[in-house]
Design a protein around this ligand. Sequence first.
Ligand code: 13P
Length: 251
Amino acid sequence: MRQPLVAGNWKMNGSRASVRALVEGVKAGLDGVGQVRVAVCPPFVYLADVAALLEGSAVMLGAQNLYFAASGAYTGETSAAMLMDFGCAYVIVGHSERRALFGETDETVVRKLVAASRAGLKPILCVGELLEDRENGVTEHVVGRQLDSVLHVSGGLEALANTIIAYEPIWAIGTGRTASPEQAQDVHAFIRRRIAMRDAEIAARIQILYGGSVKASNAQELFRMPDIDGGLIGGASLDAQEFLTICRAAG
Ligand code: 13P
């Protein structure tokens, strides 16, 4: 049985004050979430504050990015070990915003994935297609390529064994336009089949989250699908009550 996970990706939002209020709000409403694992991924500068606020709570901490080198002259970057040092359990890798806006390629994404996993973090690997890809009928080709870039490099399969995947169709991110449960399920099942071609055991137990305009109003119908194991939530994770409603829907 795969444990459901709902993770909030706060992206570049918040202030020290609003972050505190958000964490307090989430902590106060955890009672109804049952077996669902809950995580929040604040901006780097708030990790220490959030780690302190989360102490003693079941909410897990994640980061939004990392660099693959262990240390050295990489101005502005943050290593896996540094994230562990601040109590992170998860790290988002290869978010489409990083791929589109900050030049991350399949190759840098896999290096980050391997570095995170080897350091003991649980990577949340994002994959997903553009609207144009979907309209051209090449969704599986694009997502398959993103997965193969991990499956076919040295250390990739070992890293994947410790990875959570987030399927985030780019056309659904921040647009209010969610994939239908059936559209999402089709791609989630495809991802599982693709991994099963390399390793059936990993495919059966890997958690695959859906991300892209998940809200309190549509979470339940998405999470009901057999291959959707939770969500990676952007905008709706900035409101504690809405986020908690989404968390409860995954139970
Ligand atoms: P939205 O939920 O705001 O569409 O963002 C999804 C996302 O990118 C999560 O990583």
